[in-house]
Design a protein around this ligand. Structure first.
Ligand code: 5AD
Ligand code: SF4
Length: 472
C-alpha cells in the first residue's frame, strides 16, 4: 500500500526527469483478466483527465475487457476524478453511492478510483475508513500500472491503494484508445510549477515535465497519417512548455513544428498569461492551421487579489497582452476563467474584475466561486464572505459575461465559417462541430459530412451555440 502525502507532493527539486519508454506491459498472465467482462469509466474534470481515460480504456482492452454501454452493464467501474473544486468532490462521492447500490446487487463488480482526488490525503483516508468496498485506488503518476494493481486486488481480495506523491517522470508508449477519429488530445507537458495559491493541481499532478519535441511531433505525424484533422496540445500551462528542458526551444517553436506537420487544425490549452511571449503570438498569426482561439485565464481583475493568488501579473499587464493578441491575430476569439470570492475579496476588488470583463468583452468565460482546497496556501486565508455574497457576485459576473458572449455570437449571424463536423448532435437530427474560433455549431447536414471541415452559413443564434447550413 502506498498512500498520498500532500507535503511530499509539494516538493520540487532539481532532480532530472526520466523519460521512461518501456515501463508499460501487460504480462501474458494478466491478458485474460477481462475476458467476457466489460468496463465503464466515469470521467470528471479537465481535458487532461479525458485524455487519461483514453489511456485507461486502451489498458483495460489490453486485458481483454470490452466497453460497456452503461455502468449497470459493467464488471469494472473506474471513476477518474477531479480535485479542483469542492463540487467535483461532491459529484464523485454522489456517483460512488450509485456504485455501492449496484454492488449490493452485483457483489463481484470491481470499483476503482483514480485521478486527482486519489492524490489527496483526506479523500484516501475516507475511502479507507468509510468506503472499504472500493477495490482499487491509484493516482495520476501510475495509471499505466493498472493491470498489476487490479491483479493484486483480485488475488488478495482486499482494497489495494497505490498512490505516489512524487515530482513525477514521463511515461511514453502507454497505449491510447481515442474517443474521436478526427480530433485528438496530445499531452505536451505534465504537472505544474506555478503554485497559484488556490490551486491543488501542482500537488496532484507533480512537477512540470515537458515531453520532448521529437515524441510530440512523431505522435502528431502518426495522427496525420491516420486521417486526424485536429490536435489539441495539452498541459496545465502550455506556454511554459520547454522551460524545464534547459534548451531555447519554446512553445512558439513547438507550435511552428506542429503546424509544419500539415495537420489541419491545431489548438492548445491552457495558457497562463505569465509565459505568453511575442514569438507565440507571431507564430499563431503566421500559420493558418493554428486556430485563432486562445483560452487566457484572468482569475481576477484586482491587482491586490492577483497578488494574493500568486498570479504574477497585474490587471494592466493582462489587458496589454489581451490587446496585443487581438491586434496581431485576425478574428481571434479569447475566452477566460474567473474566480469570485477569493479570500479577502472586497466589493471594490470584485468591481475591478467586472471592469476587466467590460474592457475585454470575452467571447465567453468559465466562472467559479472560490473553493478552498486542503493543503493550498489560500485555504488558510481568512474568508468573511457569506454564501449569499458569494452567489451574488457570481450572478453579477455571469450576467455581464453572458451579455458579451451573446453580443459576440450575434456577430456571426449570416457569416460563413469553417466547421469541423464531428458527430451527430444530441438534440434533433443535426450534426455538430466547432468553428476555428471554437464556437459550437449545429448544422443540418447528411452524416457523410462527419469528419470533414465544411463551410457553414450561420442562420440562427442560440444562447450557447449557433445554427447553420452547409454552403455548397
Ligand atoms: N476554486 C475555484 N476555482 C478554481 N480553479 C482552480 N482552482 C480553484 C479553486 N480552488 C479554477 C481556475 C482555473 C480553472 C481550471 O479552475 O479558474 O483556471
Ligand atoms: Fe493551477 Fe495556476 Fe498551475 Fe493553472 S497555472 S494548474 S491555476 S497552479
Amino acid at each position: 500500500m502506498n498512500l498520498p502525502d500532500l507535503k511530499a507532493a509539494k516538493i520540487r527539486t532539481k532532480k532530472e526527469i526520466k523519460i521512461i519508454k518501456n515501463d508499460y506491459s501487460v504480462p501474458i498472465s494478466m491478458k485474460k483478466i477481462g475476458k467476457d467482462k466489460k468496463y465503464y469509466i466515469k470521467t470528471y474534470g479537465c481535458q487532461m483527465n479525458v485524455h487519461d481515460s483514453e489511456l485507461l480504456c486502451a489498458i483495460l482492452e489490453d486485458m481483454s475487457f470490452t466497453n460497456a454501454d452503461s455502468m449497470e452493464d459493467a464488471d469494472i467501474i473506474i471513476l477518474n476524478t477531479c480535485a479542483i473544486r469542492e463540487n467535483a468532490h461532491n459529484k464523485m462521492f454522489g456517483f460512488l453511492g450509485r456504485v455501492k447500490h449496484l454492488k449490493g446487487t452485483k457483489p463481484d463488480i470491481i470499483c476503482g478510483i483514480c485521478g486527482c482526488m486519489a492524490q489527496e490525503e483526506n479523500v484516501v483516508d475516507s475511502i479507507k475508513s468509510k468506503y472499504k468496498w472500493v477495490d482499487i485506488v491509484f493516482g495520476t503518476h501510475n495509471l499505466h500500472k493498472l493491470p498489476f494493481i487490479l491483479e493484486e486486488s483480485i488475488k488478495n481480495k482486499k482494497q489495494e491503494i497505490e498512490v505516489f506523491s512524487i515530482e513525477g517522470d514521463i511515461y511514453e508508449n502507454i497505449p491510447v484508445k481515442r474517443d474521436s477519429k478526427y480530433k485528438a488530445w496530445v499531452n505536451i507537458m505534465l504537472g505544474c510549477d506555478k503554485f497559484c495559491t488556490y490551486c491543488i493541481v501542482p500537488y496532484t499532478r507533480g512537477k512540470q515535465r515537458s515531453r520532448t519535441r521529437e515524441d510530440i511531433i512523431s505522435e502528431v505525424n502518426e495522427l496525420v497519417k491516420n486521417g486526424y484533422k485536429e490536435v489539441t496540445l495539452l498541459g496545465q500551462n502550455v506556454n511554459a512548455y520547454g522551460k524545464d528542458l534547459n534548451t531555447n526551444y519554446t512553445m512558439g517553436d513547438l507550435l511552428e513544428d506542429t503546424a509544419k506537420t500539415g495537420i489541419e487544425r491545431i489548438r492548445f490549452v491552457t495558457s497562463h498569461p505569465w509565459d505568453f511571449d511575442d514569438k507565440m503570438i507571431d507564430i499563431i498569426a503566421k500559420y493558418d492551421n493554428i486556430m485563432p482561439y486562445i483560452h487566457l485565464p484572468l482569475q481576477s481583475g484586482s491587482d491586490r487579489i492577483l497578488k494574493l493568488m500568486g498570479r504574477r501579473y497585474t490587471k494592466e499587464k493582462y489587458i496589454e497582452l489581451f490587446n496585443k493578441i487581438k491586434n496581431k491575430i485576425p478574428n481571434v476569439s479569447i475566452t477566460t476563467d474567473i474566480i469570485v470570492a477569493f479570500p479577502g475579496e472586497t466589493e471594490e476588488d470584485f468591481l475591478d474584475t467586472l471592469e476587466v470583463v467590460n474592457t475585454c468583452k470575452f467571447d465567453s468565460a468559465f466562472t467559479f466561486i472560490y473553493s478552498p482546497r486542503v493543503g493550498t496556501p489560500a485555504a488558510s486565508m481568512e474568508n468573511n464572505l457569506t454564501e449569499d455574497e458569494k452567489n451574488n457576485r457570481l450572478y453579477r459576473l455571469n450576467e455581464l459575461v453572458n451579455k458579451y458572449a451573446n453580443e459576440t455570437n450575434q456577430k456571426y449571424m449570416g457569416s460563413i465559417v469553417p466547421v469541423l463536423l464531428e458527430s451527430v448532435s444530441e438534440k434533433e437530427d443535426n450534426l455538430m462541430g466547432y468553428t476555428d474560433t471554437m464556437k459550437l455549431v449545429n448544422v443540418k447536414a447528411d452524416k457523410k459530412y462527419i469528419g470533414k471541415i465544411i463551410n457553414v452559413k450561420i442562420t440562427d443564434i442560440k444562447t450557447w451555440s449557433l445554427d447553420g447550413e452547409i454552403v455548397d
